[in-house]
Design a protein around this ligand. Structure first.
Ligand code: SF4
Ligand code: FES
Length: 247
């Protein structure tokens, strides 16, 4: 395959940045998207040019490290797929692909396609944990959990913190991410002790980190590689309301 790539290049946070056009030649359709970029970077390095910076770690769709926008869609055109799990066979020979970093006030661009997603860590630090002793695995297994709650908590826990939901949202809101964290802890018995404090402090932190408000566009759900659904945002809003009745 031959491709034309228009890639956002930005030397650092203070650089204005801009698109640079590259041609990717002899790309195997079975390569992953990131392997294709590796090939482009090898040729840039061989020419003495700065390789394109992008984040990745597991390349198995489980760590949440990768992510950028391809032709206007966070993580690219294949639904429920991280960019590291996207393969070149999804594209056609001769395609032109435009690659940009996540764009959100809370995610400053570090270099090229890399952004600082520390603002998501700030939300986790505000309440995305339990500080009660849950005991060992047998203790946890001896605590009955309604099947429906266990399933919903597991669905929410699938969030890998990639930030695509923020990048896709016209308000750059992290509500989908935050709702997944609130739900996966708040639906389980071990998460009850801090349930109301958690939701209050995470929502305050979300505001402080510079994320926007949710106005129900649903773009977050459409791009989420782990299919976190909008109804978790309803759960978050309900818990925030109920928190006003609890100390
Ligand atoms: S909710 Fe989905 S898109 Fe948002 S951070 Fe979690 S996995 Fe990524
Ligand atoms: S590199 Fe880990 S999810 Fe993509």
């Amino acid at each position: 395959m031959q491709l034309t790539l228009k890639i956002w290049r930005q030397k650092g946070p203070r650089d204005a940045g801009g698109f640079v056009t590259y041609s990717a030649r002899d790309i195997d359709e079975h390569m992953s998207f990131l392997e294709m970029l590796d090939v482009v970077n090898e040729s840039l390095t061989a020419r003495g040019e700065d390789p394109i910076a992008f984040d990745s770690d597991c390349r198995e769709g489980i760590c949440g490290t990768c992510g950028f926008v391809i032709n206007g869609v966070a993580h690219g055109p294949q639904r429920a797929t991280t960019v590291c799990q996207l393969h070149m066979r999804f594209f056609k020979d001769g395609d032109t692909l435009v690659l940009e970093p996540w764009r959100a006030r809370a995610f400053p661009i570090l270099k090229d396609l890399c952004v600082d997603r520390g603002a998501l860590d700030g939300i986790i630090q505000a309440g995305g944990y339990i500080s009660t002793s849950a005991g060992s695995a047998p203790d946890a297994n001896s605590l009955p959990v309604p099947k429906e709650h266990a399933d919903r908590a597991m669905d929410a826990a699938a969030c890998i913190g990639c930030g695509a939901c923020v990048a896709a949202c016209p308000n750059a809101s992290a509500m989908l991410f935050m709702s997944a964290k609130v739900a996966h802890l708040g639906l389980l018995p071990q998460g009850q002790a801090e349930r109301w404090r958690r939701v209050r402090s995470m929502v305050v932190q979300h505001e402080d980190e510079g994320f926007g408000h949710c106005t129900n566009h649903g773009e977050c759900e459409a791009v989420c590689p782990k299919e976190i659904t909008l109804d978790f945002i309803s759960l978050l809003n309900r818990d925030l309301l109920l928190a006003t009745f609890h100390d």
